[in-house]
Design a protein around this ligand. Structure first.
Ligand code: 5AD
Ligand code: SF4
Length: 485
């Protein structure tokens, strides 16, 4: 029996997403594609005919979550549901997923999503054929069983479709049917895949080689977003600044400036930048075009040149700090955020100290910190001197404590400033509104009595307090909720 009432012939799907912003946006495209194919999105596995997990394998825990979900499959299989695993775990584990979860019918990596409609049709056709053969087989098995009085019908044969071989494709997954979940910030992928091959990272193996979209197509999508009412766009890619316009027209910095000049766009963000490819022209673009947000996410991973070399990051501590000096020399006050990995194999106490001293030198506004997690197929897997997990946890706590102190100091400098905030939500319980500054800082703020704001609007907020990860403030004018609109 299907998970949908028999009277409702519309196919339904449930999609759950794990991992990074790229996955979240890929899911928006998958949803758009499925809706176009006549599917209806539902909110629970129970209601769905087709259950999809868009997975992440960047660290062990992310992957484990997916396998926890897969362990429930058996229960639902009896209800006739179809299961699919998408994303990085799908690409990494491939057909091994069928062994671990035999009732999964579809396994596809992100480079194959372009082919989802045809994969789904193949799946449906195969299932239909399978069901017909099954019916015939069961009828004869029952007849046979009736004759012999004992033999049980065998388990049905399984339908399996894979999309795993497209990592060398030059094509991006562009779809005009993207179903966007964030009503105010529109995500646009400008480059997919990664050619950097950092020693610890699965991404080059799961997302395939780098391929960029033409600047014309990116600009077209930005204009479409404006027509839909979006004022903020965020460019996505594992390495946005490795962007190479296939039309040869624009550098990444030029693309940023062109996007920032599209009428109706008020904020342009981009993530993630790789230090190796980070040029001064990006800072110049931010200085020149006010709609480009004053924030750069520049993952350093480690403050030690020795560790950076072992990580195959392609820059030294000094080269990284040089890029930081360009950013800090900008006319605008550009916030800096980063990713840090502790406990990479062989990382010594002194090398950890170098990371701590780099954090002080840069003065990050915030950092994402991770314990090194050994990943299948990556070069770092073969390195000796693994750091025990308790030691990694200790180092993580040391780095996090350090950042708390730095974050408080960095946020304190905003007190007394009036910052433009894009309103994201109301926190009714606390009588506050929540939004983000151009520097991507979370701002919790109050408004004068009787003022109602609309989400997606921009308001000036006077900063009155700071915390390690957020700011507090009050709306800077007493009337006109949309003062900056
Ligand atoms: N272990 C720990 N952290 C990792 N990252 C990527 N791979 C690993 C790994 N194997 C982190 C990096 C990267 C961020 C997205 O995830 O810091 O910048
Ligand atoms: Fe992974 Fe390095 Fe590519 Fe980032 S640059 S996705 S860390 S391989």
């Amino acid at each position: 029996m299907s998970g949908v009432p028999q009277s409702n012939p519309q196919k339904t799907f449930y999609l759950e997403t794990f991992g990074c912003q790229m996955n979240v946006h890929d899911s928006e495209k998958v949803v758009g594609t499925l809706l176009q194919e006549g599917y209806l999105q539902v909110n629970t596995v129970e209601e769905a005919d087709l259950v999809l997990y868009n997975t992440c394998s960047i660290r062990d825990k992310a992957e484990q979550k997916v396998f926890n979900r897969l362990s429930d499959y058996k229960k639902y299989k009896k209800q006739g549901k179809t299961f699919g695993v998408l994303g990085c775990v799908a690409q990494q584990e491939g057909e091994k997923i069928f062994e671990r979860a035999p009732y999964v019918s579809l396994v596809a990596g992100s480079a194959s999503y372009r082919n989802l409609p045809s994969m789904l049709r193949q799946l449906e056709a195969a299932q239909l054929e399978n069901a017909q053969q099954e019916k015939v087989r069961l009828e004869s098995a029952i007849l046979e069983a009736g004759k012999s009085g004992s033999r049980k019908p065998e388990a049905e044969s399984l339908v399996r479709i894979t999309g795993l071989d497209d990592r060398e494709t030059d094509k991006c997954f562009e779809t005009e049917f993207t179903s966007r979940t964030n009503p105010h910030r529109g995500y646009i992928t400008i480059i997919e895949g990664c050619d950097k091959f950092c020693a610890y990272c699965v991404v080059p193996y799961t997302r395939g080689k780098e391929r960029s979209r033409t600047s014309a197509s990116v600009l077209d999508e930005a204009r479409q977003l404006v027509d839909l009412g979006y004022t903020e766009i965020q460019l996505l890619g594992q390495n946005v600044n490795s962007y190479r316009d296939p039309g040869g027209n624009k550098t990444f910095a030029e693309l940023l400036m062109a996007l920032g000049s599209v009428t109706g766009i008020r904020r342009v963000r981009f993530t993630t930048s790789h230090p190796r490819d980070f040029g001064r022209d990006i800072v110049e673009a931010i200085d020149a075009v006010p709609t480009l947000c004053d924030h750069v996410h520049l993952p350093v991973q480690s403050g030690s040149t020795r560790v950076l070399d072992a990580m195959q990051r392609l820059y030294t501590r000094d080269e990284y700090l040089e890029r930081i000096s360009w950013i800090q020399a900008a006319r605008r006050d550009i916030s800096l955020t980063s990713d840090l990995i502790v406990g990479f194999p062989g990382e010594t106490e002194r090398e950890l100290e170098e990371t701590l001293s780099l954090m002080d030198l840069v003065g990050y506004d915030s950092v994402f910190t991770f314990k090194y997690s050994p990943r299948p197929n990556t070069p770092a897997l073969g390195l000796e001197d693994a750091i025990p997990d308790e030691e990694k946890a200790r180092r993580l706590a040391v780095v996090n404590d350090k950042q708390k102190v730095i974050g408080v100091a960095r946020n304190r400098r905003h007190i007394g400033q009036v910052l433009e905030v894009m309103v994201e939500a109301k926190n009714t319980a606390r009588g506050q509104w929540v939004g983000r500054t151009s520097q991507i800082k979370v701002m919790n703020f109050t408004v004068p009595a009787g003022v109602e704001l609309t989400t997606g609007s921009y308001v000036p907020v006077l900063v009155t307090g700071s915390f390690p990860n957020s700011l507090m403030g009050e709306m800077a004018i007493s009337s006109g909720a949309k003062a900056l609109d």
